[in-house]
Design a protein around this ligand. Structure first.
Ligand code: SAH
Length: 378
């Protein structure tokens, strides 16, 4: 049995962040198009201006009110204050891979810190976004999990991370020429399904046709979860074909209870069943995330057991496994698997008919890789 620090595995008691704190500024990205119009009208401002503001934000990716010349100068400040308030300030950007991996540390209105990572590949640009400041899921190998949950992010705070990345690509600030964001993964800080409403709102803004939203394809969006079973069911019924990633990390309850403490509430069986049902209903292949930890979860017999668990739901291609080489976090005693063990793990999964990939480890040297986002300002 792995030796896990005791305090780190205590089960989070609530999914949701504490209530009653000051809320992030309201922003047009929080609202759908009718909501934006209604809000302006409520404030005694002309509703039709909402569309112009949306065009500036989502269509032109503008952030300077003085460029919004179709808004009457006398009312511009009022309109911008109503729907385009500043949401976050970049404190620091770190680059790796010759500038094609960029991690940004953001300060939110209340001082909370979150991070996002832009990764440019030859054929796509992926932005990894945070959905909560901190995280309440307490997975002991994850840097964010060590600090606990501070608060949920608003829809607009989530969306702004993508818009900021889109802006830097449109302005030719990322090596490789002008470009667009093709993929968004909810794999930054936080548990997206514990901030369900805001995350669904963000997915809708990303996929709403321009200029109501960014006009992205839902297929380019991945929501990653520890496995909050009731919320997976809710997502299944939502009718948005995003890709679901399930952070399994162990095929047996005994080990998963320690690595992903919420497993003591929702077992491996229940969790995998919910993921399978998601694939069945949405026809989207589910991704099983499995961080390879040396001597903890990387034994050959666990590869066989993982395949058995997944194949229990049929071999119609509903699932693939994405192995993530563990990024050791400060103070963590765990390390990445031996390459030979990793190869054997892959070989066994594939021999059982499970398509398997090994995740690249972009941004490691800037602590921008999976599970390393801890948002410390040093
Ligand atoms: N709360 C969501 C998103 C978290 S981050 C979830 O758990 O799915 C995305 C992935 O990175 C998850 O699979 C998470 O388990 C994994 N991860 C966390 N810490 C890691 C680390 N130190 N090394 C490798 N992967 C890690």
């Amino acid at each position: 049995m792995p030796d896990v620090p005791e305090g780190a595995v205590s089960l989070p008691l609530v999914f949701d962040a504490p209530r009653g704190r000051a809320k992030p500024p309201r922003h047009l990205a929080d609202l759908d198009e009718p909501g934006r119009k209604a809000l302006l009208e409520e404030m005694g401002l002309p509703g039709f201006r909402a569309k112009q503001l949306s065009h500036h934000y989502f269509g032109r990716l503008a952030d300077d009110p003085s460029e919004m010349t179709d808004l009457p100068a006398g009312r511009r400040d009022e309109l911008v204050a109503a729907l385009l308030p500043d949401l976050m300030t970049p404190l620091r950007t770190l680059e790796a891979d010759r500038g094609t991996t960029r991690k940004t540390l953001w300060r939110l209105f209340d001082g909370a810190l979150v991070e996002s990572v832009l990764m440019r590949y030859p054929d796509r640009v992926t932005i990894c976004v945070s959905s909560q400041a901190g995280c309440g899921m307490a997975c002991p190998f994850c840097a964010t999990g060590q600090g606990g949950l501070q608060r949920n992010m608003s829809t607009a705070e989530i969306v702004e991370q993508v818009v900021a990345g889109a802006r830097s690509l449109a302005r030719d600030e990322v090596p490789g020429g002008r470009g667009r964001v093709s993929n968004v993964v909810f794999m930054g800080m936080g548990e997206p399904l514990a901030n369900y409403r805001a995350v669904i709102g963000a997915v809708r803004r990303l996929t709403d046709p321009s200029p109501a939203g960014l006009g992205m394809s839902a297929r380019g969006i991945t929501v990653s979860t520890v496995g909050l079973v009731p919320r997976i069911k809710q997502l299944t019924d939502e009718g948005i074909p995003v890709t679901l990633a399930l952070s399994l990390h162990a095929p047996d309850d005994e080990l998963r209870n320690e690595l992903v403490p919420i497993n003591t509430r929702f077992s491996v069986d229940e969790t995998v069943a919910a993921a399978w049902n998601y694939a069945k209903v949405t026809k989207r292949r589910v991704s099983i995330e499995y961080a390879m930890m040396r001597g903890i979860n990387d034994q050959a017999w666990r590869a066989d057991l993982l395949a058995e668990v997944l194949n229990g739901y049929g071999d119609w291609g509903w699932v693939h496994v994405n192995l993530i080489p563990l990024n050791p976090t400060p103070g963590s005693k765990w390390t990445a698997s031996d390459p030979a063990d990793e190869r054997e793990f892959v070989r066994r999964l594939e021999a059982h008919g499970i398509p398997t990939t090994v995740r690249d480890t972009r941004g490691r040297e800037i602590d921008g890789a999976c599970g390393q986002l801890a948002a410390t300002e040093t």
